[in-house]
Design a protein around this ligand. Structure first.
Ligand code: SAH
Ligand code: SF4
Ligand code: F3S
Length: 462
């Protein structure tokens, strides 16, 4: 009799096992992790949050700033203790593994294998290899096929899904490691993405998608297609309610895309449009290919096309040799752009990038002070912007339950990407319900609201 708890693959039996994953970095990495879990389920793995219970530990790493690397190295170091107590397989994938895979496997005794960003779909074979007795290897090859063709895999059962539409990045901004860890740009075909999303909506109950890419505005260039075109097609899918995309590079934002923000009803009222700096000379040294004037012009066009749009951004504080005046220009830009929120980071030199080779006179103290000034100003602006939310009603998808000052509340995400907390009417489970909530108080970091209507799990148009 066959044991129903064992899956036979090739020459090996796979009993039920547990995999623990730690994901660092951007949404792309989270999307990859989900893909990995889905592949591993075919080898009888189920996910666990408890590291000590797992048979397989996978780190999906990020190399964007030194801090991300350090967090991973220290966590990987700690796994030595787990590995000394039980027979556990340990793997590292993602952006650090792409460039350092071989060295990691050599340096960390407990690490069984490393894999890069372009071999995610071969994870099953790699894990098979380990259980067949082969350990200490590193797979970091690039996929050389002409087409980039995948099917989105989700395991979470929520109505929100990430859908990758383009991989890699050809921009080579002078500070950025991503083109080295993610390789060259390659887009999926428009038809394939549309069918993929139709399937997610029809069979997996997905209602909100986030199209992913390092630079989604380059989408389709290799195939004579475009992001604006793709959004137009996705808009037609019945049952799909909300479309987001990230991340945009300002250089590639087309007039069609601006127009799409005006005409498409399902496109979210939010755009993340990283500027990085408010100084033209720094932008030049960053190799960003646009000026502050061009950027602010784009912001204005977007706001004209969709008056409800809220815009967010990324800023790097203390790019090598940034002068005080150049830094002040960034503060000026914050006042002009009036972002809904920003991610601001202190510059971190990444080995192999052009910016890392600059002879830099700035100290970490200067960078830290500039970062604080950027955040302080943004927090002031943000408080003003958020205050205007008070009294307004937002349609939102309820995404989690939390506790605030001992009181149990639900949290929803608006189309404009803000989180609003509200008190439920009763004990019923409201997860993934669409609701209307009126904002009663809004500060820089937190919005509280009052529930007006609960539409259940099927949305009335956002
Ligand atoms: N593809 C996206 C961003 C990917 S990285 C884009 O082009 O906008 C996310 C953010 O990390 C960047 O926008 C940038 O602000 C920041 N970042 C990238 N490299 C960095 C570095 N070396 N030091 C500090 N911040 C960095
Ligand atoms: Fe990095 Fe620039 Fe590419 Fe964004 S566009 S991933 S910042 S190189
Ligand atoms: Fe990090 Fe790689 Fe994303 S470096 S930010 S995980 S593309």
């Amino acid at each position: 009799m066959e044991n129903p708890n064992i899956i036979r693959v090739g020459d090996l039996d796979f009993p039920q096992r547990k995999v623990w994953m730690k994901t660092y970095g951007c949404q792309m990495n989270y999307h990859d992790s989900e893909r990995i879990l889905s592949h591993l389920s075919k080898l009888n793995f189920t996910a666990t949050d408890v590291e000590a219970d797992a048979d397989l530990l996978i780190f999906n790493t990020c190399a964007i700033r030194d801090l991300a690397n350090q967090k991973f190295y220290s966590h990987l170091g700690e796994t030595k203790h787990i590995a000394s107590k039980k027979d556990v397989v340990i793997a590292a994938g993602g952006c650090i593994a792409q460039t350092e895979g071989k060295d990691l496997v050599k340096k960390y005794k407990q690490l069984d294998f490393a894999f890069g960003t372009d071999v995610i779909d071969n994870i099953g074979e790699m894990v098979y290899r380990v259980y067949a007795g082969d350990r200490k290897f590193s797979v970091t090859t690039w996929d050389r096929s002409e087409d980039y063709s995948i099917e989105t895999k989700i395991t979470h059962g929520s109505p929100q899904a990430f859908v990758n539409i383009i991989k890699g990045c050809d921009k080579f901004c002078s500070y950025c490691i991503v083109p080295f860890t993610r390789g060259r740009e390659k887009s999926r075909r428009l038809d394939e993405v549309v069918k993929d999303v139709q399937r997610l909506v029809e069979y997996s109950g997905v209602q909100e998608i986030t199209l992913l890419g390092q630079n989604v505005n380059s989408y389709g260039k290799d195939n004579g297609e475009s992001l604006a075109q793709l959004l137009g097609e996705l808009e037609k899918i019945d049952g799909l309610e909300l479309i987001r995309y990230t991340t945009s590079h300002p250089y590639d934002v087309s007039d069609e895309l601006v127009a799409a923000h005006g005409s498409l009803k399902k496109l979210a009222n939010h755009l993340h449009l990283p500027v990085q700096s408010g100084s033209n000379t720094v932008l030049q040294r960053m190799l960003r290919e646009y000026t502050v004037e061009h950027y602010l012009g784009l912001v204005e066009k977007m706001r004209k096309a969709n008056p409800n749009i809220v815009i967010s951004s990324d800023i790097i504080a203390g790019f090598p040799n940034e002068t005080e005046e150049e830094h002040q220009d960034t503060l000026k830009l914050l006042r002009a752009a009036r972002y809904d929120f920003i991610y601001a980071y202190s510059f971190s030199a990444r080995k192999g990038t052009k910016a890392a080779r600059i002879d830099d006179v700035l100290t970490e103290d200067i960078r830290g002070r500039r970062l604080r000034e950027i955040m302080d100003l943004q927090n002031e602006i943000q408080a003003e912007i958020r205050k205007t939310m008070e009294g307004q009603t937002y349609r939102m998808l309820v995404v989690e339950k939390g506790s605030f000052k001992g009181e149990s509340k639900w949290t929803g995400r608006t189309s404009c990407n803000r989180l609003v907390h509200f008190t439920p009417k009763d004990e019923s489970d409201m997860l993934w319900h669409w609701v209307d909530v009126k904002v009663t108080s809004a500060t820089t970091f937190s919005c509280q609201g009052e529930l007006l209507a609960d539409f259940g799990k099927k949305a009335a148009r956002v």
